[in-house]
Design a protein around this ligand. Structure first.
Ligand code: ADP
Length: 226
């Protein structure tokens, strides 16, 4: 299955490169082919990054920056960038006025949230609402991503964070590697957070993340420095 995930973009890159070499193409056609080649190469690069991340985490080599991040701002930016790609979905945001500050590696946090949003879109092929919720929950910042998609049958729930496990996604013809959630949970736990979900088949899913608020984490840091 993983080999197939690599093979698909590669076949497309090879195919289009071959056509471009053998045929004289109009400028417009040529530009269209190059867009496809670039997209598929990007897909391959993202796959390879996921594999390298898995290796890094398994070997305990994941290095995390510790920066003050406003999770609300990050969700707003992600919602904006995903709404361009998701024509059949409406992206709703539910955020408080106050900042939701955590200490985190911004690019890793973006990876986690981006993965949850792209899953929410990917696993609701008929469209619908994708709701992003950010709120403060005691000394944790809560992030929830809710979709109205295919959901996950309850008998598969306990394996959903297992690497390479894809539930019934392959049978539904939805592509992926089964690495995103396993990676996301490792990253969240490396930040001292937690991750979970609730889901009902054919009704939709909510994936959530909780991270320690910056004042809690910051307090611990200040104490350590003294
Ligand atoms: P991938 O999407 O590449 O298969 P993930 O690790 O992101 O890998 O997800 C693992 C599995 O969990 C998916 O194959 C799918 O079966 C299920 N899943 C993840 N997110 C959702 C969602 N929002 N709705 C329904 N199923 C989901």
């Amino acid at each position: 299955m993983v080999a197939h995930e690599f093979r698909t973009p590669l076949t497309s890159i090879l195919g289009f490169a071959n056509v471009m070499r053998k045929r004289t193409l109009a400028d417009e056609e040529r530009a269209q082919y190059l867009v496809i080649v670039e997209e598929q190469a990007r897909r391959l690069a993202a796959l390879i990054d996921d594999f390298l991340d898995v290796q890094r985490i398994e070997e305990g080599r994941l290095e995390l920056k510790q920066e003050l991040v406003d999770v609300g701002k990050l969700l707003r930016e992600e919602a904006r960038s995903f709404s361009v790609q998701a024509a059949r979905h409406t992206l709703e945001l539910d955020l408080p006025n106050e900042a939701l500050s955590v200490y985190a590696d911004p690019s890793r946090l973006l990876q986690v949230v981006g993965n949850l949003i792209s899953n929410a879109i990917k696993y609701s092929p008929d469209g619908g609402e994708v709701k992003l919720v950010g709120t403060r929950n005691g000394d944790m910042v809560y992030v929830g991503v809710r979709d109205q998609g295919v959901g996950i049958p309850s008998e598969l729930h306990d394996r959903i964070f297992t690497k390479f496990f894809r539930g019934d996604a392959s049978a539904r013809g939805i592509s992926g590697t089964g690495l995103g959630l396993a990676l996301a949970r490792d990253i969240v736990e490396a930040h001292g957070g937690r991750m979970g979900f609730s889901s009902v088949r054919d009704r939709g899913s909510t994936f959530w993340v909780e991270l320690p608020t910056a004042d809690r984490a910051g307090g611990a840091q200040v104490r350590k420095e003294r």
